[in-house]
Design a binder for this molecule. Sequence first.
Ligand SMILES: C[S@@+](CC[C@H](N)C(=O)[O-])C[C@H]1O[C@@H](n2cnc3c(N)ncnc32)[C@H](O)[C@@H]1O
Length: 425
Amino acid sequence: MKHLFPILTKALLQVEEGASAQLILDEYRQRVPEDSWGLFQTFYLGVLEWQSHLESILKEFSKLKLNKYPKEDRYLMLLALYGILFLRKPPYAIVNETVELFKRKKSRLAPMANAILRSVLREEDLDQRVYGRMTPKQKMIKKYGYPVSTTSTLLEQLGDKKAEELLLYSKSIPRTDFVILGEEEEVLRMLEEEGHEIKPLEVERGYSFVKMNRPLEKVKAFKEGKIYIQSNASQVLASLIPEGKTLLDLCAAPGGKSIALLARDPNREITGADLTKDKLRMIRENLDRLALDLDLKQWDATEENPAWLEAYDTVLLDAPCSGTGVLHRQKGESADKELYDLEQLTLQQDEMLTHAAKYVKNGGFLIYSTCSILRDENEKRVEEFLQKHPNFTVVNLSQDEAFYRSYPEEGEDGFFACLMEKNEG
Ligand SMILES: C[S@@+](CC[C@H](N)C(=O)[O-])C[C@H]1O[C@@H](n2cnc3c(N)ncnc32)[C@H](O)[C@@H]1O
């Protein structure tokens, strides 16, 4: 740790000064020795993830106000706190090494650092000590570090217990699932030769990395476009979309569902639309790497497109949403974003659904999906849509459930999907 903490403090300070957390991570990958990279990443991501909690602890135990610490020293303390509280490493070794670093810098904070870290280690109920005087909402805002509006919405919609479970899960490192494109046996052999540990998922051609032994960009099958990274839930959702010749994917970027559909049926004619040129470029880059193609169109899904009326066997509306089912994937900068105004989002979802419905041929299908776990964005949108569109009927997605749902607390991305058939009307 001794050799890593000074360089970690520099990296974390750059993020504090406004640099992108991912770009800084990429930059340090070149500088940090290969055998220390795993530990560097663990500390770097861990402190960013738990910064609010670690600062709350430091504030509680420190006589010196946080804004009086030299910035590098504050990060040194946060790194040490992360190490003693979250990692299975001998905590007193971390304390001693941190204090030694302070001494080496001839910092007058050395004795205080020692006292703080040792008191934290001795504390029997840290949560009670740090958050005991706060309301559950204040505690969740401070402990998990999400914006006030995100935390309030989750509490209102899910209740204290479920909201806290979700916020805790959002701190975990997400799984890397993938779909195999191309010849399955050959790709499995390539992965095995590089020594990765993988396991099959429930969907055909779906797998997950149990242990990836190099950065993703260096995995040969990824570089050669033979695998596509996509969560299990997203793969399952794509597999529920009925067969059909033509499909319109109204909110397609970065292309995950359309790519999964193309991989299964290369003859399906897919139009992928999204709001901006940049988003279309993202889809194009993914398609190029995978040597696939689909028709791309820049379009605002809240506007009607006369050329698409009754033109498609299937229309997929994977709507922009709060992303509450995938908080664990939104690390670094995106985690700081306020949850959008839920009312605005649901109005936009209704508007998009109304247009999407017009593009479906009679006898065709409309799929509405989100990566939200909030009823307001899921079941309620479908209920309102069906009231206004009696010519659509829900097709059950499993034996006992009308909708498809996957849950973060079960280790999956939180997705929702509803399949509806259009009848003459
Ligand atoms: C949940 S993501 C879609 C994920 C994609 N279907 C996939 O599987 O990879 C929602 C997308 O909606 C797009 N979007 C947001 N507002 C839009 C609008 N008004 N019209 C069209 N697309 C929009 C966003 O750019 C974003 O790419």
